[in-house]
Design a protein around this ligand. Structure first.
Ligand SMILES: [Zn+2]
Length: 322
């Protein structure tokens, strides 16, 4: 029952109005090859990056549990082997919903410490007014990291790099060094919607801007960039997204400095220039998230692997103690 509700909630959570009508049983998984041994899978939920070849398959994110069989069937069109590794870009259930199925089938799940910490404990997504129960053991990452981890697989080097307090407090960017592919997770919403900044999961506008800048720094004009949601993008697309975020943040900050209220700042429509009036995150909702993020910047959470809990008290920028 809980899973059914979660799936329903997920559809509402993720979706553009057209998608909200959609039933997961009708979802088709579409495969787009990006480079030899690298593909992206589109279905419902976060985009899936795939490394395939002689060493086995690794996926970056895995959408929703009811889609696992279809995702595996799509992968088999490229490579018959099972999924050996899952990297989660962050904890949200439209990116990690397939973890339990894949974990039970033997995949090693890898993510930032805070992904495991949030998936192990009850969560509340304030922006959606949604409570989320802890995930079962098989769904949890078994390899967790602080700054990053590297997989040597299928003739390529995959770097998962943690970016602080961005979409959440557990985001990673995943870079295929040789294939020149970069998965941005939900630090990058490409087209149709302003980004969702999950303040209740330790996200911040400044972290999303820094993540976009990091993605620009890690890429070149030939890089194929997989956003968390939306079609495959180029470095120029990511630069335009970064510039949009910087512009809107500056306008909101200027309004706050001039002691305008949130209502007044919204009325000045700092995001209107960019369109996307009907996206999953509408212009006003984004402006409100930027305002709240600047008003209450998150403190960086220290993670204690022994206790599997996050403490508070360390501010971002402070030295990182182990
Ligand atoms: Zn997300």
């Amino acid at each position: 029952m809980r899973r059914t509700l979660t799936a329903l909630a997920s559809l509402i959570f993720l979706a553009a109005p057209a998608m909200a009508q959609q039933d997961l049983s009708k979802v088709e998984i579409k495969v787009e090859r990006l480079a030899p041994g690298v593909a992206v899978l589109f279905g419902a939920g976060g985009n899936i990056g795939l490394s395939y070849g002689e060493d086995g398959n690794a996926v970056v994110d895995d959408q929703f549990a009811p889609l696992t069989d279809k995702i595996l069937a799509a992968i088999r069109t490229l490579d018959p082997d099972p999924v050996r590794f899952v990297i989660n870009t962050h904890w949200h259930f439209d990116h990690s919903g397939g973890n339990e199925n894949l974990g039970k089938r033997g995949a090693v799940i890898v993510a930032h410490h805070n992904v495991r910490a949030r998936m192990s404990t009850p969560q509340f997504l304030a922006a959606m007014n949604m409570k989320i129960e802890p995930s079962p053991k098989d769904a949890l990452p078994v390899v967790t990291f602080d700054d990053g981890v590297t997989l040597h697989l299928n003739g390529d080097t995959l770097h998962a790099i943690h970016v602080h307090n961005a979409h959440t407090d557990g985001d990673s960017l995943v870079h295929w060094q040789k294939a020149n592919v970069l998965h941005m997770g939900d630090t990058f919403f490409h087209r149709d919607s302003f980004p969702f900044v999950d303040l209740s999961s330790g996200g911040s506008i400044d972290g999303v801007i820094a993540a976009a800048a990091k993605g620009v720094e890690m890429s070149n004009s030939a890089t194929r960039i997989i956003p968390g949601h939306g079609p495959v993008a180029s470095r120029a697309d990511l630069m335009a997204y970064h510039a949009m975020l910087v512009d809107i943040r500056a306008k909101v900050a200027a309004g706050m400095k001039a002691r305008r209220t949130l209502v007044q700042i919204k009325a000045s429509a700092p995001a209107a220039h960019y369109g996307m009036p009907d996206g999953f995150i509408k212009p006003d909702a984004f402006v409100e998230a930027v305002y709240n993020s600047l008003k209450n910047p998150p403190s960086r959470r220290a993670f204690d692997p022994a206790l599997n809990i996050m403490g508070t008290g360390k501010q971002s920028g402070e030295p990182h103690a182990h």
